[in-house]
Design a binder for this molecule. Sequence first.
Ligand code: CMP
Length: 135
Amino acid sequence: MSERTLILVKPDAVRRGLTGEVIRRIEAKGFAITRLEQRHISRDIAEQHYAEHADKPFYAGLVDFITSGPLVAMIVEGEGAVAGMRQLMGATNPLEAAPGSIRGDYATSIGENLVHGSDSIDNGEREIGLFFPDA
Ligand code: CMP
């Protein structure tokens, strides 16, 4: 079934010049990027995006980090796109992410792990609504 997922190229990846590499891997896999925009998000949007982590000890740092510079937000679509993108990104902790995945190849820090991808179809639709309300 064709699905939509929200992908963020986080500020660490933008700073490191990895935006093109992330886009290349998504396109090479065969998913479609149907919206794409670089923007510097507000704390309000960041807090809504990460609301499910509000009670976690790393939450304040997470909001500081995701608002620390521009990110690139995308809607990615295709057959099994939610799970497929999570496979392409690798495990949340880059030290546990398989080589060949984006985090496995380019990151070491769980806080600065280069990319975000929705973890379910429902969360994907919620996150798309937050970043691309007209999509
Ligand atoms: P993301 O997929 O964007 O969703 C939640 C983020 O919280 C996750 O990626 C990590 O970057 C971050 N995160 C998860 N666990 C930790 C942790 N123990 N310490 C710092 N950040 C974390």
